[in-house]
Ligand binder design. Structure first.
Ligand SMILES: [Ca+2]
Length: 287
């Protein structure tokens, strides 16, 4: 079959890295534990795998099932098995359910179960429904790999020195160092170009979820009283205008937005209504 042979442990490590990395797979940021099993290899010409969860040692509040497989180019792909993403478990249930998964012919799959309960210890079984043969048998809990998922953390992005960009901060036009007091970090910037000036903060989100987004500036009598600040998030773009002659040196709430890992969501300050200040932004995960 076309599946590149790899040691199962290597497969599990690859899956782990991907799950922790920028996978916009789940809006449920509260999961912390996951178990992986496989690879379950499909017989030649078979395209359907039945994934089943059974013999959970403890009933979790919820769990989430996902399946990974290698495509024809050897790249790991994510596939949702068609069941509910968020599956509540009936009281005292030890069998979590089963779902069919459609895969390219003859591929092998790795099944991942996530939950917020470290004591669940599920077993996984997978079966090829066409052949009626067990493609993977029950796996003992000793074969499962448990990983603690990083929790979302507060991210603060400070402005870079005037004229510099990089590391999640970029700008258009010209931004000069402000002499106003009360800045965050080492200084703050104000727009000083002849045309439109924008300053953008793009946070390195690694955990999908809702975040309170705060904007900070230094006040001055030369600032605009209506500075447009745009937030790009999972639901679109939201603009709010702030009076930057007031609320100096404070974390001012823009709003609460859903941010996804790897999506390039950002905060952008603009000076279309007059002089604007860029000092710092803060992204605070909502528990
Ligand atoms: Ca600053």
């Amino acid at each position: 079959m076309g599946f590149p042979k790899k040691h199962p442990l290597v497969v599990l490590i690859l899956v782990s890295a991907l799950v922790i990395g920028p996978i916009a797979e789940s809006a449920y940021a509260s999961y912390r534990y996951q178990w992986s099993s496989g690879p379950f290899e499909l017989p030649e010409n078979a395209t359907r795998l039945i994934v089943k969860i059974l013999n959970m040692s403890q009933t979790p509040q919820w769990y989430q099932v996902s399946v990974w497989y290698y495509d024809a180019f050897g790249v790991l792909r994510y596939q949702h098995p068609g069941g509910p993403l968020l599956a509540p478990v009936a009281p005292n249930a030890i069998d979590g359910g089963s779902w069919p998964v459609e895969l390219p012919e003859g591929r092998a799959a790795v099944v991942v179960v996530k939950t917020d309960d470290p004591n669940v210890l599920p077993s996984l079984a997978a079966k090829d429904s066409l052949e009626g043969a067990i493609a993977g048998t029950n796996i003992s809990t000793a074969d499962f790999l448990m990983i603690e998922i990083p929790q979302a953390e507060v991210i603060i992005l400070d402005n870079l020195p005037a004229g510099q960009s990089g590391g999640a901060r970029s700008f258009t036009g010209t931004w000069c160092k402000s002499s106003a007091a009360g800045y965050y970090g080492t200084d703050s910037l104000y727009s000083c170009g002849a045309g439109a000036d924008t300053y953008k903060f793009t946070p390195p989100i690694v955990v999908d979820g809702d975040y309170n987004i705060y904007v900070r500036w230094t006040a001055a009598t030369t600032r605009s009283t209506s500075v447009p600040v745009f937030v790009r998030h999972a639901g679109g773009t939201t603009q709010k205008n702030f009076n930057q002659r007031l609320q100096s040196s404070a974390w001012v709430l823009h709003g609460t937005y859903n941010l996804l890992a790897g999506a390039g969501h950002y905060v952008q300050i603009t000076d279309t209504n007059g002089q604007a200040c860029a000092d710092a932004v803060k992204f605070e995960p909502v528990p």
